[in-house]
Design a protein around this ligand. Structure first.
Ligand SMILES: [Ca+2]
Ligand SMILES: [Ca+2]
Ligand SMILES: [Ca+2]
Ligand SMILES: [Ca+2]
Ligand SMILES: [Zn+2]
Length: 677
């Protein structure tokens, strides 16, 4: 026995030293007075304190800088690393689940609860592990007019309990459906997403960062600033998957779980300025933090960070998002989960409070991906692109809204009343043939957002038509704007778009900037450079179309003007994907997504897949097993518009989950069916 124990201690000690000093960095206690020095170095500091000090990850160079500035730096004790940060622990040897166990657990849930779950693999990690998600909702295969509540975990791989909380909550929700009336209601009325492991490689490697050594919670686009070794906004495949999830699903309320501490953090992380929705954010946050007995703390006041998912979800999508910090003790996994359970339930109960609307095309009735601006709020929120439904939490009050989809005339709705328990309802039909402008902020780095004048300009002020309200991107900053799906700028006759730069009386005059084209993640093609308002021609760079534009400040001016750097008022599209040369809007039909359903499901041994096409299309419908092997090809060829049915016979295959995937023209739909013999 004695030998075994000694051996274990030795192994732990070796693991600690390897983890702590990989890449020349280790964990140190640093006085909180060193904050400005740490921020200037973009140092990673863990949320929470130890003996009143910061816990910082420091390289030898950073230690030297701190000591030269007169700050005491001392290594953190091994016990702290083991107990608080989980350094040296491995899941699977204790109460934490491994990646494989958690993944298989979700596949089992999907098989056992097909009426309320949909398993989706959102993408793959650097080392090709699945980024699996479970949608928990009645009628899970179809998009319904319901708020979407998201529980993310495991963005930092070695924060093991952070993955357990959303995982265990998925089990809890499924097990209590139909028996616990409150849980049944949450599942019937919301689309709840549990996504426990956004960084499965880090989880398996026991590292905070992903397999490329990047801190994924510094890789998001909103006020990204190169923290955590991030190469550029959304440089990692795992953060791209999260962004694409946010683009496809209109999140209403979300949490991202971390370790360690007993804290709920709220916006902003990058700036000391108060978030526009601060009252709402605090009131909603209290319903979680009170239930969990956690402190509710402003993230920046704890420590400054740039590129967190917290700021991205709120800043780019206008949706609520909180960072939960739980302890990271293997022996307390169940206790820690249960401590968070009531807060998560409260969020499911609250998500329907606020504004609820539907935005459609006045002529075709098709759902629209629209921006909704609440009067006085500088950050728009968006409808769900597949259904046009809108859910935005708001405190009781009376609101005026401006609803706008790219290429449509904006509509104003006044006097929408929100009460506790009674959403403020609005339905808007938008008329086509409006102008096209920038539609969403993908990434932004407003250098010196808190310059000496503390002039706050919001990135979203660069969206929509010119209105004399600019986003000043600061001296050396940049912004990446999305024109929206189907609204790419195309190379037509002459100039293709105009950049409106706004000038402030105390600016140094019109400022210089560069414009680049590309996709959401790389914008490397220089279209041109200009000073002040100017129009650009894509053909000068040999570009035929672009959905994204990046504007970088090239003024070379001082950061200390009230509106430092280039002041971007708007981007006006001249030639777009839906316009023809000469500016006449072409007749376009945007087909709705395909729909598919399976009945019966589960089945034995036959079932029927039923799908609906808006237009005649080239269709393929295949069935796969869980490892992704093709089981059978059900359809492969042209099909007319309308409803089609095809039978599937499972007589010759084993019981289990099978996936079907329908591709019709540019649209795809997929789901799962369960054969139970
Ligand atoms: Ca549903
Ligand atoms: Ca052109
Ligand atoms: Ca300026
Ligand atoms: Ca503007
Ligand atoms: Zn974390």
């Amino acid at each position: 026995m004695k030998t075994t124990k000694l051996l274990l201690i030795t192994i732990c000690a070796i693991m600690v030293s390897i983890s702590a000093f990989a890449d020349d960095t280790g964990y140190y206690q640093v006085p909180v007075g060193a904050r400005d020095v740490l921020v200037a170095m973009k140092t990673t500091v863990h949320h929470g304190r130890f003996e009143g000090d910061f816990i910082a990850e420091l390289s030898l160079d950073e230690i030297e800088v701190l000591r030269n500035n007169g700050f005491e730096v001392k290594p953190v004790s091994d016990n702290y690393l083991l107990d608080e940060l989980g350094i040296g622990h491995k899941p699977g040897t204790d109460d934490w689940h491994t990646y494989q166990e958690m993944r298989d657990g979700f596949y089992d849930l999907a098989a056992n609860y097909p009426d309320i779950t949909l398993l989706e693999v959102l993408g793959y990690s650097v080392q090709n592990r699945e980024l699996f998600a479970l949608k928990i909702s009645a009628n899970p295969l179809i998009e319904e007019d319901e708020p979407e509540v998201v529980f993310w975990g495991g963005i930092h791989g070695n924060e093991f309990t952070a993955a357990e909380v959303p995982y265990l909550h998925a089990l809890y929700l499924c097990h209590n459906y139909g028996t616990n009336p409150a849980i049944t209601e949450y599942i019937d009325n919301n689309e709840i997403w549990c996504i426990p492991m956004i960084n499965p490689d880090g989880h398996e490697l026991g590292t905070r960062n992903n397999a490329n050594g990047i801190d994924l919670n510094r890789d998001y686009g909103y006020q990204w600033d190169g923290w955590g070794s991030s190469w550029y906004p959304f440089s990692q495949v795992e953060s791209r998957v999260v962004r694409e999830f946010c683009m496809e699903n209109n999140i209403t309320l979300s949490t991202t779980v971390h370790c360690s501490g007993d804290v709920l953090f709220y916006q902003w992380g990058f700036s000391p300025n108060t978030a526009p929705d601060n009252n709402l954010i605090v009131r909603v946050g209290e319903r979680y933090s009170d239930a969990a007995s956690y402190a509710l703390v402003n993230s920046w006041s704890d420590y400054e960070t740039h590129g967190e998912v917290l700021d991205y979800v709120y800043g780019s999508h206008g949706a609520l998002c909180y960072t939960v910090e739980t302890n990271n003790w293997s022996s307390q996994v169940q206790y820690t989960y249960e401590r968070n359970q009531a807060g998560m339930n409260n969020f499911c109960e609250l998500a329907g409070e606020g504004l609820h609307g539907m935005v459609t095309d006045a002529q075709s009735g098709d759902p629209l991906w629209a921006a909704v601006w609440i009067e006085g709020n500088p950050i728009p929120a968006y409808t769900d692109p597949s259904l046009g439904d809108f859910h935005r939490m708001m405190l009781p009050g009376t609101y005026d809204l401006t609803v706008w989809a790219n290429g449509y005339q904006p509509e104003t709705v006044t006097g929408v009343v929100v009460e506790f328990g009674v959403p403020g309802e609005f339905d808007v039909e938008l008329t086509p043939s409006g102008g096209e402008y920038a539609f969403m902020v993908t990434s932004v780095n407003q250098e010196d957002p808190n310059n000496a004048y503390n002039t706050i300009t919001y990135p979203a002020w660069a969206l929509g038509a010119p209105d004399d309200l600019p986003c000043s991107i600061g001296s050396g900053g940049f912004i990446v704007l999305d024109m929206g799906e189907g609204h790419e700028i195309v190379d037509g006759n002459g100039n293709d778009f105009t950049v409106t730069e706004w000038d402030h009386p105390r600016d140094p005059g019109p400022e210089t900037y560069r414009v680049y084209s590309g996709d959401a993640y790389n914008q490397n093609t220089l279209i041109g450079e200009a000073t002040g308002t100017a129009s650009f021609d894509l053909s000068t760079a040999g570009v035929t179309s672009t959905r994204y534009l990046k504007i970088t400040d090239a003024s070379g001016s001082s950061p200390n003007f009230p509106l430092a750097g280039m002041d971007l008022d708007a981007i006006t599209v001249i030639n777009s994907g839906i316009a023809v040369a000469g500016g006449i809007v072409a007749e376009v039909s945007i087909p709705a997504e395909v729909e598919i359903s399976v009945y019966p499901n589960p089945f034995n041994p036959t079932t029927v897949l039923r799908f609906k096409l808006q237009d005649a299309s080239l269709v393929s419908l295949n069935v796969y097993d869980i490892p992704g092997r093709l089981v059978t090809e059900l359809v492969n060829g042209w099909r007319d518009a309308g409803v089609h049915e095809v039978a599937f016979d499972g007589s010759n295959i084993a019981s289990g989950i099978y996936l079907y995937k329908l591709e019709a023209g540019e649209f795809t739909a997929s789901g799962q069916m369960v054969l139970m013999k």
